[in-house]
Design a protein around this ligand. Structure first.
Ligand code: SAH
Length: 221
């Protein structure tokens, strides 16, 4: 999908989404194109059907396989950092989950590479996004800690599950001046944004947030 093209989404806009966007503005999210996109995406189609009535609430929600979609503010904050600091070329997402964050990344980046270790979630997200007409995403079923195959260099890496330390292949595939977004659990659970500067990492922002853990290997069920 081309950048800033909201055609085909507008019909889904509903009052619950407008309320969610107002809350995001109240929390300090100000990027207009991001707010319009989040208002237009049918978030209720990404969560487990039993929770769809809560899809626009300020809470994480189940997406199946014991995993959760982050609350709207966390998604918005991570994306706003990327829009402020990253070159919007190629991004690697570790933890496709429902595909909601992937859907947002696909709107702004030229190319999205996304990895998921749960086969069922990988397949569902791929199907969901292709039905929505999203066609600039490459999906991989695997352990995202290994990075992306073929040593493709990324402008940004976003990890949507909590690790105790960042896997080396993920920092290695990031270009110099590239942006890394990942959760950390020290001193309290939070999400942070860093820029790769030589062999140093410049912290550009942090915010309190909770995430499911980054796990080893894959699950085929
Ligand atoms: N961005 C997702 C959030 C999903 S929660 C969304 O918008 O819905 C985090 C996801 O990371 C889960 O689906 C989990 O299965 C996945 N995950 C955890 N460890 C992983 C790993 N090593 N490689 C790839 N995916 C992983």
């Amino acid at each position: 999908m081309s950048q800033h093209d909201l055609n085909g989404l507008i019909t889904h806009t509903e009052p619950r989404a407008s309320k969610m966007v107002q809350q995001l503005k109240d929390e300090g999210i100000s990027h207009e194109a991001l707010l319009s996109l989040m208002e237009a995406i049918p978030r209720h189609e990404f969560v487990e059907p039993a929770f769809s009535h809560l899809a626009y609430s300020a809470t994480p929600l189940p997406i199946g396989r014991n995993q959760t979609i982050s609350q709207p503010l966390t998604v918005a904050r991570m994306t706003e950092w990327l829009l402020s600091y990253a070159r919007l070329g190629r991004v690697l997402e570790v933890g496709t989950g429902s595909g909601y964050q992937t859907r947002i990344l696909a709107h702004f980046f030229n190319k999205v590479h996304t990895v998921e270790r749960q086969k069922r979630l990988h397949e569902q997200a791929k199907k969901r996004l292709s039905l929505m007409g999203v066609n600039n995403v490459e999906y991989l079923f695997g352990d995202g800690q290994a990075g992306w195959p073929n040593k493709v260099e990324m402008d940004a890496v976003i990890i949507t599950a909590m690790a105790s330390k960042i896997p080396l292949p993920l920092t290695n595939c990031l270009k110099q001046q590239g942006i890394l977004i990942m959760p950390i659990d020290h001193p309290t659970p939070q999400i942070g944004c860093w820029r790769k500067e030589g062999d140093r990492w410049k912290c550009l922002g942090t915010e309190s947030a909770h995430f499911v853990p980054l796990l080893e290997g894959t699950e085929h069920a």
